[in-house]
Design a protein around this ligand. Structure first.
Ligand SMILES: [Fe+2]
Length: 245
């Protein structure tokens, strides 16, 4: 299978900064709708809107998300939306992050117990494991956001993260379009080992990392089989995030 034709409209982007004017993503509801129209053209049928966690303490993200959903419905954009969060976690703030999850300040991914988690670049390896362990002991399943972007995470450590119970997301554009060769290499090494569980766009704006998905998916299908592409873009989101089989 060399294209993603059969998956059109069924793939899920689990990482997008599309809630308007709450973080460094979309600046307006118009821009959000434009991003979602492009996402639909790219074959995406389901989107998890994942504002940075700081947005949830600074503004009413849920109200902005509700307005976006209404606009998407009114404009008949063929994308299903769920709310999540990109939780910025560190060893020193981990307990506070868990409290925020327990108290519902930070949402998990839709109705699941999965938490899209990002770390400061240069986080010590033991601190990744400490945070993951704390999330898991509190009943959450961490998803490592764009793992390929962390220079200190090699394949051996990625395996340790999976062994500790974390799931892994990489960005679609890192597979084929990323100009930084090291990032592209790490993304492809993770795919070659079948360590990747989800794909996201990490789209921010139309002019900054737009929601491009198709070329990454084509490369994924071509180099790593259509079966694996369907697993990370269709089956895993259904199973882990949407409670479907
Ligand atoms: Fe992000």
């Amino acid at each position: 299978m060399e294209n993603t034709g059969g998956m059109r409209g069924r793939v899920t982007d689990i990482h997008m900064h599309v809630v308007p004017a709450v973080d460094d993503g979309s600046r307006s509801i118009e821009e959000s709708c434009e991003m979602l129209r492009l996402a639909a053209e790219e074959g995406i049928g389901t989107v998890f809107a994942t504002p940075h966690s700081s947005a949830f303490t600074d503004c009413d993200v849920r109200a902005a998300f509700g307005r976006l959903k209404a606009a998407v419905r009114a404009q008949e954009i063929p994308v299903e939306l769920y709310l999540g969060c990109e939780l910025r976690i560190s060893a020193s703030a981990a307990a506070q992050c868990v409290r925020g999850l327990n108290e519902g300040v930070f949402p998990t991914m839709g109705d699941s117990r999965c938490v899209l988690s990002e770390f400061t670049f240069g986080t010590e390896l033991r601190d990744y494991l400490y945070c993951i362990d704390l999330l898991i002991r509190n009943g959450y399943t961490p998803i490592m956001a764009h793992l390929e972007r962390y220079a200190n995470v090699d394949l051996r450590f990625a395996e340790a993260l999976r062994g500790a119970g974390a799931l892994i997301q990489i960005n679609a554009y890192s597979i084929a379009d990323e100009r930084d060769e090291q990032i592209r290499r790490r993304a492809n090494a993770l795919l070659a080992e079948r360590f990747v569980d989800f794909i996201g766009t990490d789209a921010h704006r139309m002019d900054h990392r737009p929601p491009r998905f198709h070329s990454g998916m084509c490369e994924l299908s071509r180099s790593y089989t259509g079966v694996y592409a369907a697993q990370v873009a269709v089956d895993n989101p259904r199973r882990y995030l949407l409670g479907q089989n």
